[in-house]
Write a protein that binds this ligand. Structure first.
Ligand SMILES: Nc1ncnc2c1ncn2[C@@H]1O[C@H](COP(=O)(O)OP(=O)(O)OP(=O)(O)O)[C@@H](O)[C@H]1O
Ligand SMILES: [Mg+2]
Length: 361
């Protein structure tokens, strides 16, 4: 299919990452008009999305994943930090630049495909509209028609479904339409916020495979937000873990999920059924981890000197082999040298966690 990978706004070198998030912060005001209280939804988030890379963002409900995506999509205004697409800080662009040209670089796919498709219109309407807004369909009706059919085929739908209404499609088919609508714009980046979580398990894999194919065939970079660690391992090159508005660990998906270093990541991983860890599920260990994580609600630096985990902002530690890009930010993490002198990834002991909990009580 015809796909243009050149940016309409910048002339990036191929080494420039598709997306760089630097020191991103977002606070929401709490209370009434005159209240000064605020909720810190994001703090100091640094994340890079390489060209043609899929990065999963995982973390529990309320950890700030959607807020991050909404800031990048300019649906929320960040309180601090920078967001660079093709090396250009989008927060410094004026409104006009930020609108149409920006949307043609970056598209979002949401959790609820039904909510984003007006039931009064046929599928053709949504795709045709996207093409028209971004001037991508071609100059003749014949070209537009060919492009519409091409988009349907790309997302694995039959072209005659263009005449269907959203309610005539299954959830998986509707999500494919939502993806086709995003593709109509020929974006370089797709932010997918839990795109499969409302779908039946049997069709989830099809949507994940479609996302992977789009990356492979068209080089689209994707931020894949999910609660599902198994799908992160399946789809994403790298996985980043968000806890209380901060990234606490990041690495290649296979490595990070096999050797989680942060107690919070360990807790998330311990809940995933994994045949390779059959028999290793330890409910006592899991309960202790949960307690340790819950006790450290101030895991995020908040300047309270009485909280050992918050008196100082944790620094990043390399986990395991320096060749891989696995890092963790946790005061509990202590890399230790093995007998042969190599730095090894250590797992914080529960004794350490208990000390931490007691000290922070
Ligand atoms: N518009 C808003 N006004 C006030 N608080 C908000 C707003 N949007 C998000 N929040 C708060 O910011 C925090 C992060 O929310 P966010 O939706 O980013 O979490 P999430 O990780 O996407 O959760 P989930 O997995 O449930 O989707 C939450 O405490 C939420 O209540
Ligand atoms: Mg969310």
């Amino acid at each position: 299919m015809s796909h243009s990978s050149t940016s309409p706004l910048a002339g990036p070198t191929t080494s420039t990452p598709a997306l760089q998030i630097r020191g991103l912060g977002k606070s929401f005001p709490l209370g009434g008009l005159f209240s000064r209280a605020s909720l810190r939804a994001l703090h100091g988030v640094d994340l890079t999305l390489g060209r043609g890379e899929i990065v999963a963002l995982v973390g529990e409900s309320g950890s700030g994943k959607s807020t991050l995506a909404r800031c990048v999509a300019r649906l929320e205004k960040p309180s601090s930090g920078a967001i660079l697409i093709d090396g250009v800080d989008i927060l410094k662009r004026d409104r006009f630049q930020a609108s149409r040209a920006f949307r043609s670089q970056l598209q979002m796919v949401f959790q609820d495909p039904f909510g984003s498709l007006n039931p009064a219109h046929r599928i053709e309407h949504f795709l045709r509209r996207s093409l028209a807004i971004h001037g991508k369909g071609g100059s003749s009706e014949q070209e537009i028609q060919r492009r519409l059919e091409e988009l349907m085929v790309t997302v694995g739908l039959q072209a005659d479904m263009l005449n269907s209404y959203p309610h005539e499609l299954s959830g998986g088919q509707r999500q494919r339409v939502a993806i086709a609508r995003a593709l109509a714009v020929e974006p370089q980046i797709i932010l997918a916020d839990e795109p499969t979580s409302m779908l039946d398990v049997s069709v989830r894999i099809g949507v994940l495979n479609l996302m992977r194919k789009l990356r492979d065939d068209q080089g689209i970079s994707m931020l894949y937000i999910t609660h599902d660690l198994a799908s992160a391992r399946y789809l994403a090159d790298r996985t980043a873990v968000m806890f209380a508005g901060e990234l606490v660990e990041e690495g290649e998906s296979l490595d990070l999920l096999a050797n989680p270093a942060h107690p919070y990541t360990q807790l998330l991983v311990s809940a995933v059924p994994d045949p390779s860890r059959a028999g290793s599920y330890d409910p006592v260990r899991r309960a202790e981890l949960r307690q340790a994580v819950m006790a450290s609600t101030n895991c995020a630096f908040d300047g309270d000197p009485n909280q050992p985990c918050s008196a100082e902002e944790p620094v990043r530690h390399q986990v395991g082999d320096p060749k891989n890009s696995h890092w963790v930010r946790c005061h509990l993490y202590q890399p230790w040298a093995g007998a042969d002198g190599h730095a090894l990834a250590s797992e914080p002991t529960l004794a350490t966690e208990r000390t931490h909990m007691k000290a922070s009580a």
